[in-house]
Design a binder for this molecule. Structure first.
Ligand code: SAH
Length: 347
């Protein structure tokens, strides 16, 4: 086990069989050793800096019906909302004052926001805050649409692949959605020049060790600039309401493996991790994560952007969350910085 961790650390590479061995034979002790190695790598590149991204959840309307997601179109209990252009800019104004230099616009696939609307929002944010990065996370679009977003000034795009195994993908999504089109989107985004993020849920229904190994092999080959992983958390109004939540320790294990495979990758300790464990985000950073994505959405809509049950930080103002997170990071020896935190190949 130790040999495999050392090999991964030294070669920044792992074979599928080796990964499966590590996953299946984890112990508390082996995890501890792995986290230390991953932390050594992240510290050597980022020091004790943690980047923050202001998350603006601007719509929970969605045309898709993913079985795991609380804002799926069939969920009649979801109270739908949209933020307009100026509401979104107001979130950025507040975020900028709080020290954010990246804004992430995330939402369901809501066709109300046509290309022109999204491009105008992106352009206006970049005009007002030319020292900030804009990340989009609004699902699958055509090559042409992604290109328009990029030309409007968007810097980054997050699109989790959700699972790299075709059979598993079809158990998580209705038949209108396919792994092929998800993957095509990811390759298009990278080709256009976006800093591109993929990722998956840990412990999603029907996930096997084999599918996790496929995820890791995909990440190794695709070499994304960002990887978003967090535990699956069931939502009461979805077909997966009776499934168990994902495992925190497996999530931390995977964060470390990803850090060792892709030393420069931008790797968030996600809100889902913080939801299942009150110290989840700290543990994530100590396992090699270097990004946090606090919520900048107006408090009156936060509870409505409910992808999963019991999401944290839905009651506090952004300013309070900001103070809380700064303290939490300081407690473990890390510091939140006012930087864009772009991907740096050479770091
Ligand atoms: N519509 C956008 C944004 C999706 S929400 C898109 O398609 O990319 C962002 C991520 O939240 C999803 O990619 C998914 O991995 C995660 N998510 C959704 N439901 C979840 C759940 N029940 N538990 C944990 N994560 C979930």
């Amino acid at each position: 086990m130790r040999e495999l961790t050392d090999k991964l650390y030294e070669t920044r590479n792992i074979e599928k069989s080796e990964f499966l061995y590590m996953l299946e034979n984890r112990t508390e002790e082996s995890d501890k050793y792995l986290f230390e190695k991953a932390r050594k790598v992240s510290t050597s590149i980022f020091g004790n800096k943690v980047y923050i991204r202001g998350l603006i959840e601007f719509t929970n309307y969605c045309r898709n019906n993913c079985y795991y997601c609380g804002i799926r179109c069939d969920n009649m209990n979801a109270q739908r909302y949209r933020l307009e252009h100026d509401d979104i800019l107001n979130c950025c104004d507040l975020g900028y004052k709080l020290g954010f230099r990246t804004f992430v616009l995330q939402g369901g696939e809501d066709l109300y926001y046509d290309d022109e609307k999204i491009c105008n929002i992106v352009r206006d944010i970049k005009k007002r805050y030319n020292d900030c990065a804009v990340t989009l996370s609004i699902g699958e679009k055509s090559f042409e649409t992604y290109l328009k977003y990029y030309q409007a000034g968007a810097d980054r795009y997050l699109l989790r692949h959700e699972t790299a195994e075709k059979s598993h993908y079809s158990l998580l999504h209705p038949k209108q959605m396919s792994l092929e089109s998800r993957m095509e989107c990811l390759y298009n985004l990278k080709k256009i020049g976006f800093q591109t993020g993929c990722g998956f849920m840990v412990g999603s229904p029907y996930q096997t060790n084999e599918s996790i190994a496929e995820d890791i092999m995909f990440i190794k080959d695709f070499k994304p600039h960002m990887v978003g992983i967090g535990p699956f958390i069931s939502h009461k109004d979805t077909p997966f309401n009776n499934f168990e939540n994902g495992n925190i320790n497996v999530t931390l294990f995977l964060l470390s493996v990803i850090r060792l495979l892709l030393p420069n990758v931008l790797l968030p300790a996600t809100t889902a991790l913080g939801t299942l464990d009150s110290n989840g985000r700290e543990k994530g950073v100590l396992a090699g994560a270097n990004v946090l994505m606090p919520n900048l959405s107006p408090v009156n809509v936060r509870k409505k952007y409910s992808l999963y049950d019991n999401k944290i930080c839905t009651g506090e103002e952004a300013a309070e969350c900001n103070i809380c997170l700064r303290k939490r990071m300081k407690n473990i020896g890390y510091e939140i910085v006012e930087e864009r935190g772009d991907y740096n190949e050479k770091a």
